[in-house]
Ligand binder design. Structure first.
Ligand SMILES: [Zn+2]
Ligand SMILES: [Zn+2]
Length: 394
């Protein structure tokens, strides 16, 4: 923010007869207001909607001063808006409230404050909490609660059951964080919660850490993938912003932009996770997300004899796409690698390799997108569609 102090104002009005002091004060005020207004801006996360679904960007795990976080719930909401989210859950610990000497324990207040800040910004604030126990079972985040206080129970099973009975969506937070090698272990308690209907998802990304074991569990056990910041400090301390430092996000493919639609999508496993330039999720979401993000600027190209043409591909997504193309097709060949850079138009060279083709043909260029993961160590397979007009050499 621009600040003109009294000394500077005096200096300016004394030396410059044409600047009166009130005029200078007014100018300073306008400049300061502009600077303030400009700082309240949103960096959008430009993921497309999918056919039939609205794509919402969410963080389902964050802390405030009501547990061991260092910011007020309203600040969490403002951060969420500024960093391009549509949905934020404040999920303070039930069992760990180190600021209670300064701030009375009140499990309902964080969401009430968050909701009041979220409404004018058009954000969805989800009421949640983190049931914070030793391992096993570890930490469980519960969302869409109606009564957070009911989770304050001596017996962990009673707390978890009370969350589930409110219609809560429950996910296992950061499995493996207590293991010496960070390799997650499936406990008997998780099996019990799952069979009781008390476990619906697992965090495959917490902060900057991706957990391939948790990702595989979600696929094997039909659980929802979520990825969250679990932020305690101001978000900018850990994620200064694009291009590199974007907070982890759960993409939710919802029927509408409402809290109930987000809840329904979570129970139906319609999510993907975005973290550190990678996307994790089922092919049914990642493939339309990829194709909805890119645009072939010149989908119809002409190739003459053994000539070459340049295909221009625009990428509107907030991440690069790292492609591996099948270089040899019967009619054309292409470079094996292509990086579609976020926010830019990239070139892919196509060469004609046959004298015998002529006329117009639709060509599918099969490709793998290395940073789109449909399973641990399994990249998305898809294809780029081109229309090629082959012209004879003469
Ligand atoms: Zn935790
Ligand atoms: Zn946490």
């Amino acid at each position: 923010m621009l600040v003109l102090d009294v000394k500077t104002l005096n200096l300016l009005s004394n030396r410059c007869w044409f600047f009166s002091r009130p005029a200078l004060l007014a100018a300073a005020l306008v400049l300061a207001c502009n600077a303030l207004a400009q700082s309240r801006t949103r960096t959008e996360l430009t993921f497309p909607d999918l056919p039939g679904w609205v794509t919402l960007r969410a963080d389902f795990h964050s802390h405030t001063v009501f547990s061991d976080g260092s910011v007020w719930p309203g600040v969490r909401v403002e951060e969420a808006w500024r960093t391009g989210l549509d949905v934020i859950a404040v999920t303070d610990h039930i069992e760990y409230t180190p600021h209670k000497a300064d701030l009375p324990v009140n499990y309902q207040r964080p969401w009430e404050i968050a909701r009041a800040s979220a409404e004018p910004l058009g954000l969805i604030a989800v009421r949640g909490a983190e049931i914070t126990r030793g391992e096993p079972p570890g930490h469980l985040v519960a969302l869409f609660l109606t009564n957070v206080t009911a989770l304050d129970q001596k017996d962990n099973r009673v707390a978890t059951r009370n969350a589930a009975e409110q219609g809560g969506f429950l996910f296992w937070a950061h499995p493996g964080w207590k293991q010496p090698d960070r390799k997650s272990v499936w406990y008997a308690e998780q099996g019990e919660f799952l069979s009781n209907g008390w476990l619906h998802g697992i965090e495959i990304v917490n902060g900057d850490a991706y957990d391939p074991i948790a990702h595989q569990w979600c696929l094997d056990k039909n659980l929802t993938l979520v990825g969250n910041s679990d932020i305690h400090d101001p978000i900018a301390f850990e994620y200064p912003g694009p291009p590199g430092d974007i907070r982890p996000v759960t993409l939710v493919f919802a029927r509408a932009r409402t809290a109930e639609a987000v809840r329904e999508a979570l129970f139906q496993r319609r999510t993907a996770v975005f973290s550190r330039g990678q996307l994790y999720g089922e092919a049914r979401f990642l493939e339309p997300l990829f194709h909805g993000s890119i645009e072939i600027v010149n989908p119809e190209i002409r190739l003459r004899g053994n000539g070459r043409a340049l295909v221009q591909i625009r990428n509107r997504a907030p991440l690069d796409f790292d492609l591996r193309l099948n270089p040899k097709l019967p009619e054309v060949d292409v470079d094996g690698k292509a990086l579609l850079v976020s926010g830019k138009v990239s070139l892919v060279q196509v060469r004609c390799v046959s004298d015998r083709v002529s006329g117009e043909q639709e060509i599918l260029l099969p490709c793998k997108v290395l940073n789109l993961h449909v399973a641990p160590n399994k990249a998305l397979n898809t294809a780029l569609r081109l229309k090629v007009k082959f012209e004879s050499r003469n």
